[in-house]
Design a protein around this ligand. Structure first.
Ligand code: HEM
Length: 405
């Protein structure tokens, strides 16, 4: 049951807020005012419930590590206009708390170590080169369709052991899940199709294990006190498949747009490709593609900053705001690809911090350096229309990016 915060009145601003027209990479200007004057501020979400919008970096970190704040609403779903308050499916790790969450995270964590992810770098490079070869042969491209989307999609398919030939179907369903427009029935149908698809694949792997992540999860699970069920593994597989390509794809496309916007900055990066690690961290901070932030639910009374938040309240940890907090980042609205890395919040923080972050970093580093090196004259084929930007999706990004070189 959602408890309204005491000052919930008709004046409460609507959330999510919109981006300014001046720059497609900046979050709403309201965040700077909120950080200064009302860092934990009442808002109303599209699903109708009231929430506290938490805008300062420090408070966001404390929200994301406080065990009294539940992740049941994580994935921003409760912000959607159609949310009906149901419990998450078992296996939906991102929405589970405490030991329920830790049990699944323990199962996965060994698959996503820095070492294991680094071992994938040559394969990411091979996939990237293949797509650039195809683009160069064509003479022009839609950088989203031909580059940003297929690379992480192929990588996660290879890792999981999902046949890439099926990607057309799961790509459509995955877009429904991260979009803002579909009603609950459409979302449910997409989830069921994806879980059904992964469920069948897992059943095949149970009978005949392969050298892939899903097979290894089954084996590792069997050695635990409570082996995961097929539906749990299917939900986990869907989460990895969707989370594993959508955010990275959007980051690749937006980053390419940022780079094309300033040739001087791009030339500097091209001349010093070994600085790509630092540049990618800055792009992650600056773009903050998880644009509506992360939702948490107070299971007890808590104090956030100086604000008392009652049990039963919702909180939104506004990642794009925390990543532009002037108390932590000097000149936060300026992109500086040589900025000394500080822990940004693009991958979240605390027990649910992105498990695929190392893979995302490698994909971004390889995709961007290869693009800069092999397609030096890359530029927009035409000015981008407003409709090219995903203003209504949980993950900010581009629908298409027509380029020439
Ligand atoms: C640039 C790309 C990415 C961004 C910006 C991103 C962002 C995030 C964020 C903010 C969270 C925290 C959610 C929360 O606290 O409620 C998260 C969790 C998660 N991400 Fe990512 N992610 C990216 C790429 C990936 C990739 C490549 C994978 C998989 C291969 C992945 C899998 C996951 C999973 C499974 C979780 C849930 C972790 C848990 O609940 O313990 N992500 N991600």
């Amino acid at each position: 049951m959602t408890k309204p915060h005491p000052d919930a009145a008709s004046e409460v601003p609507e959330f999510p807020v919109t981006r300014p027209d001046s720059c497609p990479f900046d979050p709403d200007e309201i965040y700077a005012r909120l950080r200064a004057h009302s860092p934990v501020s009442p808002v109303r979400c599209p699903a109708g419930m009231d929430a506290w919008l938490v805008s300062r970096y420090k408070d966001i970190r404390s929200v994301l590590t406080d065990p009294r704040l539940s992740s049941r609403g994580a994935g921003s779903m409760h912000m959607l206009p159609s949310y009906d308050g149901r419990d998450p499916s078992p296996g939906s790790m991102i929405q589970l708390d405490g030991e329920e969450h830790a049990r699944l995270r323990r199962l996965l964590i060994g698959e996503f170590t820095v070492r294991r992810m680094e071992a994938l770098r040559p394969s990411v490079q091979r996939i990237t080169d293949r797509h650039i070869d195809a683009m160069l042969a064509e003479g022009s491209a839609d950088l989203v369709r031909d580059f940003a989307l297929p690379i992480p999609s192929l990588v996660i398919c290879e890792l999981l052991g999902v046949p890439y030939d099926d990607h057309g179907a799961f790509q459509r369903d995955s877009e429904v899940l991260i979009g803002f427009d579909a009603d609950e029935a459409t979302r449910d149908a997409a989830t069921r199709r994806l879980e059904g698809y992964l469920g069948e694949l897992i059943t095949r792997r149970l009978a005949e294990p392969q050298d892939d992540l899903l097979s290894r999860l089954i084996v590792r699970g069997k050695a635990t006190d409570r082996p995961p069920t097929v539906p749990e593994l299917a939900t986990l597989g869907v989460l990895l498949l969707v989370a594993g390509h959508e955010s990275t794809a959007n980051m690749i496309a937006l980053s390419a747009l940022v780079l094309m916007a300033d040739q001087e900055r791009t030339a500097a990066l091209r001349a010093a490709p070994d600085t790509i690690g630092t540049a990618v961290e800055e792009l992650l901070r600056y773009l903050s593609v998880i644009q509506f932030g992360l939702l948490r639910y107070a299971t007890e009374d808590v104090t956030v900053g100086a604000t008392e938040v009652a049990a039963g309240s919702w909180l939104v940890a506004a990642i794009p705001s925390g990543n532009r907090d002037e108390a932590v980042f000097t000149a936060p609205d300026t992109i500086d690809l040589r900025r000394p890395p500080r822990t940004h919040l693009a991958f979240g923080f605390g027990p649910h911090q992105c498990i695929g972050q190392q893979l995302a970093r490698i994909e971004l580093q390889v995709a961007l350096t290869t693009l800069l090196r092999r397609v030096p004259g890359l530029r927009l084929a035409e000015p981008l229309a407003e409709s090219a930007f995903k203003h209504n999706d949980i993950v900010y990004g581009l629908r298409s990016l027509p380029v020439v070189w």
